[in-house]
Design a protein around this ligand. Structure first.
Ligand code: MRU
Length: 333
């Protein structure tokens, strides 16, 4: 994957790889239009908590390219549109609030676009550094050469940098601490079988894709040494929201006495959220369940329940790896 970037600022525009088309087609979205970037976030053309935050920061900056007056009202409208895209990943709100405090601290409006763009680039670079810190700190969880299972996608495609849980796995692999990876396919949008598999291939790591329901059997067969996933929001007590199916894994790990870790930047920690019950869980559309891509596989009249995330209680989490350190329970952020 080193030959391309998920998020890039080029020619005064935001360039995003369209993740809905990967791994079969590598196609890019090039835009300086806030509405187009907001749609990209809603459609999961760009996804993963840190990547959403970085993209939204660029979108907000870009929307001021041609604004010449009424700055305060315009800022609020654009901020509101972007915060409405996806509710669970706190990185979105964190990044937009960083942009807001930059805007509020401007002494004049002579170069709003330039100043906001500088801030968006800082948020992007900061994410690169946070990912590096997570990868380094994550080495601590390995006591031997291990087989790891992961869920959803947490690599370069999900962040502005090298990734979170994926980057820990990659760094450990480079240090001869990972011998094999099982990638949950991650129903319904298949971030595991499409995106994680793609990143594992690029990193040269041996892997197999498994259906989400195969994880239990793999653990029963003694094939998994540890599980690492990312998070979209970590509450102050360590309860962690992540892609639907993560909680299943944590429960399975407890039964099979396998350590379950979360890797996330501090921008994913929501200190204002006391526990997991306060995390807003996004519900996705019926189409994502009754269809696979454009092929309808079930009846439109059937009701669907499709939460995009679940919450893993803190007592099931062996450690939370951030760029600061490996946090151990009890968690108190
Ligand atoms: O719906 P998605 O694909 O945005 O969900 C992403 C996840 O659940 C990731 O595990 C999480 O954002 C961590 S990304 C480093």
């Amino acid at each position: 994957m080193s030959n391309f970037k998920c998020i890039e600022f080029v020619d005064d525009k935001l360039k995003l790889i369209d993740q809905t088309k990967l791994p079969l087609v590598e196609e890019y979205i090039l835009s300086d239009d806030l509405e187009r970037i907001a749609l990209a976030i809603e459609r999961l053309e760009v996804r993963g908590a840190p990547a959403i935050g970085v993209s939204a920061a660029y979108a907000l900056a870009l929307s001021f390219k041609f604004i010449k007056d009424d700055y305060e009202n315009e800022f609020q409208k654009k901020y509101d549109r972007l915060t409405s895209t996806r509710p669970t990943a706190v990185n979105l709100f964190w990044a937009l609030d960083e942009m807001k405090s930059k805007f509020e601290n401007l002494t004049d409006y002579t170069n709003v676009y330039g100043e906001l763009l500088k801030k968006a680039k800082e948020i992007h670079n900061d994410d690169v550094e946070k990912c590096d810190g997570i990868a380094k700190n994550g080495l601590e969880i390995f006591t031997k050469r291990s087989t790891v299972l992961t869920h959803c996608n947490t690599g370069q495609l999900a962040t502005g940098g090298g990734g979170t849980a994926f980057y820990v796995i990659q760094r450990a692999f480079e240090n001869d601490l990972v011998e094999f990876v099982y990638a949950d396919e991650t129903r319904p949008l298949l971030q595991g079988s499409r995106l994680t598999a793609f990143e594992l291939e690029k990193a040269g790591i041996l892997f197999k894709i498994n259906t989400d329901s195969t994880a239990a059997m793999l653990m029963q067969q003694g094939k998994i040494d540890l599980v690492i996933t990312g998070a979209d929001r970590v509450a102050a007590n360590g309860d962690s929201a992540n892609k639907i199916g993560t909680y299943n894994l944590a429960v399975l790990c407890k039964y099979h006495r396998i350590p379950f870790y979360i890797a996330a930047p501090t921008s994913t920690i929501d200190k204002n959220c006391p526990d997991g019950s306060q995390i807003k869980i996004e519900e996705r559309s019926k189409d994502e369940i009754i269809k696979i891509k454009d092929v309808q596989i079930s009846k439109r009249e059937y009701d669907v329940y499709s939460p995009a995330f679940d919450v893993t209680p803190n007592e099931l989490i062996a450690g939370i790896i951030t760029e600061e350190k490996l946090h151990k329970p009890p968690y108190n952020f």
